[in-house]
Design a protein around this ligand. Structure first.
Ligand SMILES: [Zn+2]
Length: 165
């Protein structure tokens, strides 16, 4: 178990399309433990974490909703209510700069747990937002990709101020 370093925008691993987990083996257990540690105890602990953010392009996310961290393997989303809700969102991989992002209001998540058991749940509000954000990571999408025009320019200039390189 270990808190892992968070990869930041500009790191190519954040832009890969992550691979489906075929076997939930020891490597996946270790990855899951590290993700739970990182999302709950890391310096930049947050509401969720996707495996690419610690450098592993596999379809695994951790969601830490109301301090109950959970691992979701091969998560898929179905939109149940596509009403777009706009709210501020941050991401550890983009230096936690907040920006307003539109997300679907209500979704269904289908995934597997660490025992390979199917998880099926419906999520609304913040929970729906976290899942959409983390699953974006598995497809190489960052919050900046949801912005355009002035808000995108402002966001990029903020990143330039805080990023070391
Ligand atoms: Zn993120």
């Amino acid at each position: 178990m270990a808190v892992r370093k968070i990869r930041k925008i500009g790191d190519p691993v954040l832009r890969l399309k992550s691979k489906k987990v075929e076997n939930i083996d020891g490597g996946i257990f270790k990855l899951a433990n590290d993700m739970i540690d990182t999302v709950t105890r890391g310096e930049f602990s947050g509401a969720g974490l996707a495996a690419p953010q610690i450098g592993v392009a596999k379809r695994v996310v951790a969601v830490n909703f109301e301090d109950k961290p959970q691992i979701y393997i091969n998560p898929e989303i179905k939109i149940l209510d596509n009403k777009q809700v706009e709210q501020e969102e941050g991401c550890l991989s983009v230096y936690s700069i907040l920006c307003s992002i539109k997300r679907a209001k209500k979704i269904r998540v289908i995934a597997e747990d660490l025992n390979g058991k199917k998880i099926k749940l419906e999520a609304e509000g913040m929970m729906a937002r976290i899942f959409q954000h983390e699953i974006d990571h598995l497809d190489g999408i960052l919050i900046v990709d949801h912005l355009s025009g002035k808000s995108k320019r402002e966001f990029l200039s903020k990143i330039n101020e805080v990023s070391p390189g």
